[in-house]
Design a binder for this molecule. Structure first.
Ligand SMILES: [Zn+2]
Length: 248
């Protein structure tokens, strides 16, 4: 077996033995992989600085029996600002756990990696409200991992805009206020939240954070985004309760 080189983002690090770590890494070509980084917790070890949580690094990996072994690692980017706030750190942990749980493969892995790097950058540099970053990640990651919602118009009558739109988190479709009322459903989206929902799911990558939203609309968007993401995951995320305690 031969070693190979890949970039990747460390989603999780688990210490074992004295100074070894097992890493969960999101890579653009292989998806989410596990790799053992021997002695990487020793300060003078060559792997020390490139194998930490949220390190974006270039890894040289050797396939092993149960997982890969990290032979070399060179850090490409460190998101220093993430650990400067407990809210930012908690959100980063939540996003990373969601990415690991979804475990995207093929082109989806590459897109997921770019989205996550973008969101970690926004957290680290404090470029956006943390609740905006959370909603963007939840909606976009689901859209790209096989759960693209139908956002064009009301599924029943074709209405395009208005306030009081209802978004079905299970099936991923919209109903306008009137059609929702007929089905005894109450719309949770105002016009601002509906605009943001469409923007996040449909716009090209680099413009994904290019929208403004009022505090009231963000509250509505956040509720829908979170329920949409968590509904489509197989199991609850461990990081969720703590995140909600610091970022309600
Ligand atoms: Zn309708």
């Amino acid at each position: 077996m031969e070693s190979f080189v890949t970039t990747g983002l460390v989603l999780r690090e688990t210490r074992y033995k004295e100074s070894d770590r097992i890493l969960t890494i999101l890579t653009p070509d292989q998806g989410v992989i596990s790799a053992s980084a021997k002695s990487s917790l020793r300060l003078k070890n060559k792997l020390f600085s490139a194998c930490g949580l949220f390190c974006y690094s270039e890894f040289t990996l050797m396939p092993g029996k149960n997982m890969f072994n990290v032979l070399e690692a060179e850090n490409l980017h460190m998101f220093h600002g993430i650990s400067s706030s407990i809210e930012g750190m908690s959100l980063a942990m939540y996003l990373a756990e969601m990415a690991a749980a979804l475990s995207p493969a093929n082109q989806e892995a590459d897109k997921e990696l770019r989205l996550l790097l973008n969101c970690l950058y926004m957290i680290s540099e404090q470029k956006a409200d943390l609740r905006v970053i959370k909603a963007v990640f939840e909606l976009r990651t689901m859209s790209e991992c096989g759960f693209m919602p139908q956002l064009l118009c009301c599924k029943s009558c074709g209405a395009y805009d208005g306030s009081g739109f209802y978004f079905d988190v299970q099936e991923g479709y919209l109903l306008c206020e009137n059609c929702a009322a007929r089905e005894n459903k109450r719309g949770g989206l105002d016009a601002g939240a509906l605009f943001a929902l469409r923007h996040i799911c449909l716009v090209e990558d680099k413009r994904i954070f290019g929208f403004r939203i009022s505090a009231a609309s963000l509250t509505r968007l956040s509720a829908v985004a979170e329920r949409y993401a968590l509904t489509h995951l197989d199991k609850p995320l461990k990081s969720y309760d703590f995140l909600k305690s610091v970022l309600p």
